[in-house]
Ligand binder design. Structure first.
Ligand code: ZN
Length: 268
């Protein structure tokens, strides 16, 4: 029975993944993500139900659009599979089983899934457009606050003060960045990345966030050093400004969470 539950959770993850590929494409273009029908970005043909089954459609249609036969990048397929795996990992992490399923476990799973969606959105939009979208951050903030309220009402030992402090800091950054947008005329990456780190802390705590930041800085440092060594004569330069920092943070955050989880199992 548990196998069946885990298969359903995996499929659910791929469905979310399929929505995410659409959302990371449409949100930066300011297009509607819920109402407008899905379409092929090349020929604009409307997609029907059979064209949109996660993973399966990609394999069945041979990685091509059914109508214009233009190639569909592996990006869709990879994101769908990854999201399925992330949902599966979350279920294992929470030790979800048909026999011991409680309402609290389900709520925890729902929050975890919403957080995974958040990470995918931030990472996807950053890798494609090199920016952290404010609307996605607001979504993250809403689920973070809801999660905090849930924990506060359900667990008596939950330390709420720490998180209220974070909320105040986020509010200050938001006010300051709005002021900067008016002055400079564009949204600044660094403020949004700071808010991202604080939202991460709500879900995966301080240690994980700090490790994620260290990993991200190390990766960027190694990239810059390698770039300097390998391209001594070429003009191509890697600057810290054009690095997908938020993307690295999201990956480091997921990997660190999984790593800490594995350590906790081995430790038992
Ligand atoms: Zn097409």
């Amino acid at each position: 029975m548990n196998i069946l539950l885990y298969i359903i959770i995996f499929i659910m993850g791929t469905v979310f993944g399929s929505f995410l590929t659409l959302a990371t494409y449409r949100i930066p273009l300011n297009q509607d993500i819920t109402h407008k029908h899905s379409y092929c970005p090349k020929c604009n043909h409307k997609l029907n139900f059979l064209d949109m089954i996660p993973v399966w459609s990609y394999i069945f249609l041979g990685a091509k659009c059914r109508y214009c036969k233009s190639k569909i990048g592996p990006r869709y397929f990879i994101i769908e599979i990854l999201c399925g795996i992330a949902f599966l990992a979350l279920a294992l992490f929470l030790n979800i089983s048909v026999y011991t399923l409680t309402l609290n476990k389900l709520i925890e799973f729902a929050f975890g899934a919403l957080y995974i969606v958040f990470l995918f959105l931030v990472a996807g939009i950053d890798i494609e457009h090199n920016k952290v979208d404010k609307r996605v951050l607001i979504y993250g903030l809403v689920i973070a606050i809801s999660y905090m309220i849930y924990q506060y009402t359900c667990f008596s030992n939950f330390n709420v003060n720490r998180f209220i402090l974070y909320l105040v800091v986020i509010a200050l950054i938001l006010i300051f960045s709005t002021y900067r947008i008016k002055k400079v005329g564009k949204d600044e990456y660094v403020f949004n990345t700071l808010i991202l780190c604080l939202i991460m802390t709500f879900f995966t705590y301080e240690v994980t966030t700090i490790i994620s930041i260290i990993i991200t800085l190390l990766v960027i440092a190694i990239k810059i050093i390698l770039n300097k060594i390998l391209n001594k004569r070429k003009k191509y330069k890697i600057n810290i400004e054009n690095q997908p920092i938020a993307f690295y943070l999201c990956i480091a955050n997921s990997l660190t969470t999984i790593f800490i989880y594995i350590l906790s199992i081995v430790g038992d």
